[in-house]
Design a protein around this ligand. Structure first.
Ligand code: SAM
Length: 213
């Protein structure tokens, strides 16, 4: 962790203690939940935007979905997870937080579930993409029928450990290939004519795209 990250991590406002257990679980079982600084930033975006309907791609244990709901209690979140063990853990956590009425967890591959949501003519105010990094462009394109004017689409990990900007260098071929994919996605994303996009160097890098019309 560099000095800036250290400083920001030490200057986060408090969040509910009930989340500590999920954070410990994630650390112990190496579940990749959002980093504290970008998680804090995402909850701030939710406070600012006050979306009624949220779609999340990549549930893991339900941590980010529950954190978003914690700052905007009336929202409803649909969240997609393909891994059955993660889906089961997220279902248990959502029940334990007594949020089953506000969180709908869909088990399946994101692109297939999105296709289903499109058939159901769903639409969302806020979409959070945090699943397979190599597929971000496909997710972003696939969710277009689910958006409307002023929908926000937020993506996590778009600077991927500093590799994307060249701040640090990936030493494995797989990581280098993934870095190239994210670079291509970012270049594509900022060219999308229907969106204004900003890339924020916070946590592992977060993009915010606001649909113009
Ligand atoms: N958003 C979560 C949080 O911060 O608490 C963390 C999500 S984790 C980074 C990414 C999750 O996406 C993993 O649990 C993984 O199983 C899931 N995933 C990866 N590819 C997926 C796909 N194609 N469809 C649905 N889920 C996927």
């Amino acid at each position: 962790m560099n000095k800036l990250e250290h400083y920001l991590t030490n200057h986060l406002s408090e969040h509910a203690e009930s989340f500590q257990e999920l954070e410990h679980f994630a650390k112990e079982h190496r579940v990749p939940i959002m980093e504290p600084v970008s998680m804090n930033f995402l909850t701030q975006l939710i406070r600012m935007n006050q979306p009624n309907t949220i779609l999340e791609i990549g549930t893991a244990i339900g941590y980010s979905a529950l954190r978003m709901l914690d700052v905007h209690e009336t929202a409803t979140i649909t969240t997609i997870e393909k891994d059955k063990d993660m889906y089961d853990l997220a279902t248990k956590n959502v029940q334990q937080f007594d949020q089953s009425a506000h969180v709908l967890i869909k088990h399946g591959d994101a692109l297939e579930v999105i296709e289903q949501l499109v058939k159901e003519e769903m639409s969302y105010d806020f979409i959070f993409i945090d699943a397979a990094k190599a597929q971000y462009q496909q997710y972003f394109a696939a969710v277009q029928p689910l958006t409307k004017a002023r929908t926000w689409i937020v993506c996590d990990n778009i600077l991927f450990k500093g590799y994307v900007s060249g701040e640090s260098e990936a030493d494995h071929k797989r990581l280098q290939q993934l870095t190239k994919k994210i670079q291509a996605f970012n270049a594509w994303l900022i060219e999308q004519p229907d969106y204004h996009t900003s890339i924020i160097p916070i946590g592992d890098g977060v993009s915010i795209s606001v649909k113009i019309k």
